[in-house]
Design a protein around this ligand. Structure first.
Ligand SMILES: *[C@@H]1O[C@H](CO)[C@@H](O)[C@H](O)[C@H]1NC(C)=O
Ligand SMILES: *[C@@H]1O[C@H](CO)[C@@H](O)[C@H](O)[C@H]1NC(C)=O
Length: 478
């Protein structure tokens, strides 16, 4: 897109942003979009001060009720006035949403903060479809990239929840747990080191010093080193924050096609099943790993650290959506099928400014894949290869290489549909900003056509002028 001057577009961007905020501040919690509904919730508050870490588990959080299909789940950290907080002030290490069933007559473990207490029979975690034996059983979850990562599930698919028939036993009900891990890096001596949970900055020694960094050094209540003047949690800089999350969903109908959620972890230590000896497959997922600096020995070629996992997906189907998760330093993830065919690649977008959603040096978005239904298939038991690349020009601790996949059972009908429309792109990517424009556009009638054209222009502008943006990228305007 060639534009003579960027100035008018900045104005347009401002107007569009205004429209978004007007729409949001009307705060009708249910913004209809066709037959879809959208509800906005706030997590319980967490109080942060320079250097502090909050890693809390909130049980029975607000969530849409009933038998529904979730179409998207978006979140961001805001203050008491609802202002978005940038990552360079409060880094959102991750948030995770876990589904569970709990006995109705038992007191909620709402006060329970710390390790997951799911061993009691009052709770039954409803895990996603895999693959890890422990951990990563969430339905939704992202980190710093949450503002610019599209999470919408395309029609006719949906993540089915709240079906009373699925509740494990009589007397139980479905609830949701939210885990938010945030690190306040205001005044930090080394912001990036604090976000990477480097043990020395947290004044911690783990495993006799053999563990350099990761979640064990930035547990709830830990404190990252700050500069003089920020020590002791200056009263005025202490503030209450929230995770504001928006769930878009539709009431369940027969025409919705349910999807399975898989989360692949590049650190997975996979032990194949041995049916002859009755041994089930095991997946020990370490979740985090470290990247050694290329100058500190090891391989020197181009200072890219590549980590690879081969793992078999027990039940395949049609890939509906894919997205990777990486931390700062990440330079791309990709998932391949047998024979090396690309299933989905997901690459980080780094911020270039200061404002929320565009913080320089942070991953503010991950590209996503929306193969046209039926065009990208995984067969049952197929061995997949996950690749996670990081720049190794410097050391990184506690990084991740996850891949979140939505897969539906294959349907011959949808396959026929694909054959009759072969021109559709196999891989589309978008950023969430496109999706939010959809809310703005809804109900605006004729004006919406104009606005959508402009929003595409603005989004393109916001994405920068990289010539690659049009290759395989297609905005989704709802
Ligand atoms: C770090 O730990 C040392 C030894 O336990 C202690 O003397 C020092 O005060 C700690 N520093 C901070 C900033 O907590
Ligand atoms: C990872 O890095 C290797 C080596 O530089 C490169 O060949 C490969 O294409 C990269 N893959 C991804 C997914 O970025």
């Amino acid at each position: 897109m060639v534009l003579d001057s960027k100035r008018p577009l900045h104005c347009l961007a401002a107007i569009l942003l205004l429209l978004v905020s007007v729409q949001t501040s009307l705060s009708d919690p249910r913004i209809g979009n066709g037959n879809s509904k959208s509800e906005v919730f706030l997590s319980p508050k967490f109080v942060m001060e320079p250097g502090s870490v909050s890693n809390k588990y909130y049980y029975n959080v607000d969530f849409p009720k009933g038998h529904i299909a979730i179409k998207s789940f978006n979140a961001e950290v805001v203050d008491e006035k609802g202002n978005p907080i940038p990552l360079h002030e409060t880094y959102l290490h991750h948030w995770i949403v876990l589904r569970y069933h709990q006995r109705k007559d038992t007191a909620d473990s709402g006060a329970h903060q710390g390790d997951l207490g799911f061993l009691q029979s009052d709770h039954i975690v409803v895990k996603n479809s895999g693959m890890c034996d422990a951990g990563l059983s969430q339905y939704f979850g992202l980190g710093s990239e949450t503002r610019k990562t599209s999470t919408d599930v395309p029609d006719p698919y949906g993540i089915e929840v709240g079906n009373p028939a699925d509740v494990a036993a009589d007397g139980y009900e479905e609830r949701w747990m939210l885990n938010v891990h945030a690190i306040d890096t205001r005044g930090a001596e080394d912001k990036m080191g604090c976000t990477e949970c480097r043990c020395d900055l947290y004044n911690m020694t783990v495993d006799g010093g053999n563990y350099n960094g990761g979640l064990r050094c930035c547990h709830d209540g830990a404190k990252c080193r700050v500069e003089k003047g920020f020590e002791g949690g200056v009263e005025t800089s202490r503030r209450s924050l929230y995770l504001r999350y928006t769930v878009e969903y539709i009431d369940w109908e027969e025409s919705i096609v349910p999807v399975r959620i898989y989360i692949l972890d590049v650190t997975d230590i996979w032990t194949k099943a041995d049916e002859s000896r009755g041994i089930a497959a095991r997946h020990r997922c370490l979740i985090e790993y470290n990247v050694e600096s290329c100058s500190a020995g090891g391989s020197h070629d181009s200072c890219t650290h590549t980590k690879t996992l081969s793992v078999s997906l027990p039940t395949g189907g049609d890939v509906i959506y894919g997205v990777g998760h990486q931390h700062a330093g990440g330079s791309g993830t990709a998932l391949y099928g047998e024979g090396g065919r690309l299933i989905c690649s997901s690459n980080p977008t780094y911020g270039t400014g200061k404002e929320p959603g565009n913080e320089a040096g942070y991953i503010v978005g991950m590209s996503t894949c929306y193969p046209s239904p039926g065009s990208v298939k995984i067969s049952d038991g197929e061995t997949l290869t996950l690749v996670s690349n990081y720049s190794s020009t410097q050391t990184h601790t506690g990084v991740m290489g996850l891949f979140y996949l939505l897969v539906s059972d294959s349907s011959p009908e949808r396959d026929n549909l694909v054959q009759s429309y072969p021109a559709q792109e196999n891989h589309k990517s978008s950023t969430k900003s496109n999706f939010n424009w959809g809310f703005v556009l809804f109900g605006v009638g004729l004006v919406s056509v104009v606005v959508s054209a402009l929003s595409i222009a603005v989004v393109s502008l916001l994405r920068g002028t990289s010539g690659r943006r049009n290759e395989g990228y297609e905005p989704i305007i709802a």
